[in-house]
Design a protein around this ligand. Structure first.
Ligand code: UD1
Ligand code: MG
Length: 499
């Protein structure tokens, strides 16, 4: 049974406490995974606060979990009681109880608890820890011979009981029939007016059952997150443990303090993670790849030997030996082939860029398919949106497109085509063709001095005129096409027209 009905008011959040995340998984997700690891006959979860939201989340994590609604009677004892009532009335064997807000607890620790419980023939076995500061927790009461006699809640405890440092983790193994019988006798007569699960221990002992504690030497495994300070502390510890596991598995993590890797991420041997890197979701990094510094990837697959530098990416695939960044933005649907390149200040989305193809500088590639071995010149834009709908651009293999090209989709460029700088590709370009549509450049001699007199530019032009006879206006791109802009020509009568 995983108890998850509490409100978690100290979180001060519209999001229920147990839905807050640690290492990319909600706290209830961690708790359910640990409990499911025991292969229980039934996994029951009690809910109440934000019931529908929590229930839907739980179903998404574990569709085999039995969701049980707690009624208006408050307390951990009541939470367990309603779960028992939802199960077979003749249920026997061991009932394990844990909390939805204790995210670092492992299946192994629960197995240890069950093993001790069953080996010792206990009626109740409680997982405890010895803390320097036990304030707020229920304290473990022991007789002079050391046997556990009960638990007293902090708020109900006398001063000498508050000095006890052994605390109740809230995680237990119970004999089912002892639990059922004891709960029917638990009252709400305490400072909080709640039905305390902790009262089961003394009741079971009074009835002749054996009650024992298993002391957990790893305090993080029993620690719950009640507020955001504890949430951050548990997140950091979770991350530290996760990184340690990856380093032992052959991953170089240069700076664990600034590296955050979700528990859902997979890394191969000889991967290197540089400082300031965050890996989320279903991200997979394959052998010999180097990721970072300052890179955030969410569900990105990075192929073997690829390099991803100062990049933000989500739902993308980076091929073997490919190069990404620095300062690249890979949006969903980006697929970069082996040895391809998405370079500096490049944004991509729904873009399939083939093996060996490169988009090296200052570009936007959206809704595009690019073949193999092609090069997209600097500062190019795939103009995919007409204000209403998105359109696709297809570029073939081994093309050499000029810088500052606009691909006005839908449009196709055939294999081996070229284009000039500044071309606006509005029509399909056949294979092997050179596409150009720039007008020849015209230089209007003396325009600055005539139209911007007294400026630094005019002064500089005047000085230059002293030492040379000015431009010959001969540099005009590709050949001699029609004049550039007759409207401009009419407004500027002082021009000379080289074309
Ligand atoms: C509880 C224990 C305390 C222990 C501490 C460990 C009791 C009476 N006290 O105190 O001895 O040291 O946990 O963290 O058990 N919940 C429900 N229904 C409820 C109340 C709580 O499902 O009516 C769930 C909560 O969602 C949470 C868990 O039970 O997952 C613990 O509840 P919480 O209110 O945090 O109990 P504590 O006061 O911390
Ligand atoms: Mg608590």
């Amino acid at each position: 049974m995983v108890l998850a009905a509490g409100a978690g008011t100290r979180m001060k959040s519209k999001t229920p406490k147990i839905l807050h995340g640690i290492g990319g998984v909600s706290m209830i997700g961690h708790a359910l995974a640990a409990a499911r690891g025991l292969n229980p006959d039934v996994l029951a979860v009690t809910v109440r606060h934000e019931r529908d939201l929590v229930a839907e989340h739980i179903r998404g994590l574990d569709d085999g979990a039995l969701i049980v609604d707690q009624d208006e009677i408050p307390g951990t004892g009541r939470a367990v009681e309603v779960a028992l009532q939802a199960l077979d009335p003749n249920l026997s064997g061991t009932v394990v109880v844990s909390y939805g807000d204790v995210p670092l607890l492992t299946t192994e620790r629960l197995q240890d608890l069950v093993a001790a419980h069953q080996a010792e023939g206990n009626a109740v076995t409680v997982l405890t820890a010895v803390l320097d500061d036990a304030a707020g927790y229920g304290r473990i009461l022991r007789a002079d011979d050391g046997t556990v006699t009960g638990i007293v809640e902090h708020k109900d405890a006398r001063p000498e009981q508050r000095a006890i440092r052994e605390i109740n983790s809230g995680i237990y193994a119970f004999d089912a029939s002892t639990l059922r019988a004891a709960l029917s006798r638990v009252s709400t007569e305490n400072v909080q007016g709640e039905k305390y699960l902790t009262d089961v221990l003394s009741i079971a002992r009074d009835a002749g059952g054996r009650v024992a504690a298993l002391v957990c030497d790893d305090r993080w495994q029993v620690e719950g997150a009640n507020d955001r300070v504890q949430l951050a502390a548990l997140s950091a510890e979770h991350n530290r443990r996760n990184l340690e596991r990856w380093m032992r598995a052959g991953v170089t993590v240069v700076d664990p303090a600034t590296t955050w890797i979700d528990s859902t991420v997979t890394l191969d041997e000889d991967v290197t993670i540089l400082p300031g890197t965050q890996l989320h979701g279903a991200t997979v990094i394959e052998r010999d790849a180097v990721v970072g510094p300052d890179t955030t990837l969410d569900s990105v697959k990075v192929g073997p030997g690829a390099k991803v530098v100062r990049t933000h990416g989500s739902d993308a695939v980076i091929g073997a030996g490919a190069d990404v960044g620095p300062f690249a933005y890979l949006r969903p649907g980006t697929v970069l082939g082996a040895k391809g390149k998405i370079g500096t200040f490049v944004e991509t989305k729904n873009a399939d860029i083939g093996a060996g193809s490169k988009v090296p500088h200052l570009s936007y590639v959206g809704d595009a398919t690019i073949g193999e071995g092609s090069n997209i010149g600097a500062a190019s834009v795939f103009v995919n949106y007409d204000g209403v709908a998105k359109h696709h651009t297809t570029i073939g293999s081994h093309v050499r497109m000029g810088s500052d090209n606009m691909y006005v989709a839908p449009v196709n460029v055939g294999d081996g085509a070229y284009s000039g700088a500044g071309t606006v590709i509005r029509k399909d370009v056949p294979a092997g063709a050179l596409a150009i549509n720039v007008a020849p450049q015209r230089n209007m001699d003396g325009w600055v001095q005539a139209n911007r007199p007294g400026t630094a530019a005019a002064d500089a032009a005047a000085r230059a005129a002293d030492t040379s006879s000015g431009s010959d206006g001969a540099h005009s791109g590709y050949g001699s096409a029609a004049p550039q802009d007759s409207a401009t020509v009419e407004k500027t009568p002082r021009e000379s027209d080289p074309s």
